[in-house]
Write a protein that binds this ligand. Structure first.
Ligand code: ATP
Length: 135
């Protein structure tokens, strides 16, 4: 079995979509093994998004993810990373995410795309350690 990191980003929390996201995770058959509402320090945001350092949207991304509380979760199941990415839909909620996915159903803008999910089992391992070092 596999673990992945899921975030409900500040837009998802402020719009009241935490229950919706958690419900979809549970209904899919994935298992929650950690769940926490927390404020994100700049340092954690930088480490989480290290692969985007230097890109045009990097600073906006960091200010956004630190702008309000997020819900961080560790989700477990066979092929958990891919399974949650399927629930989330593509990065761009209009051009890429299918209707029926979280981003496709609730999102309008790339920056405000509601959720994050690790993009591979390897990223997941790194991200779970970063967000939940005691797990
Ligand atoms: P995430 O890593 O959050 O699950 P992703 O893997 O679908 O998203 P990435 O390409 O890794 O997408 O980008 C990380 C995040 O950066 C995106 O979720 C989005 O919030 C933001 N982002 C990506 N591209 C842009 C862009 N062109 N303009 C603004 N924000 C962007």
């Amino acid at each position: 079995t596999e673990r992945t990191l899921v975030l409900v980003k500040p837009d998802g929390v402020s719009r009241g979509l935490v229950g919706e996201v958690i419900s979809r995770i549970e209904r899919k058959g994935l298992k929650l093994v950690a769940l926490e509402l927390r404020n994100v320090e700049r340092d954690l945001a930088e480490q989480h998004y290290a692969e985007h350092a230097g890109k045009g949207f990097y600073e906006d991304l960091l200010s956004f993810i630190t702008s309000g509380p997020v819900v961080a979760a560790v989700v477990e199941g066979p092929r958990a990373a891919a399974a949650f990415r399927q629930l989330a839909g593509g990065t761009d909620p209009v051009e890429k995410a299918a209707t029926g996915s979280i981003r496709g159903d609730f999102g309008m803008e790339v920056q405000y795309n509601l959720v994050h999910g690790s993009d591979s089992p390897e990223s997941a391992e790194r991200e779970v350690k970063l967000w939940f070092p005691d797990l």
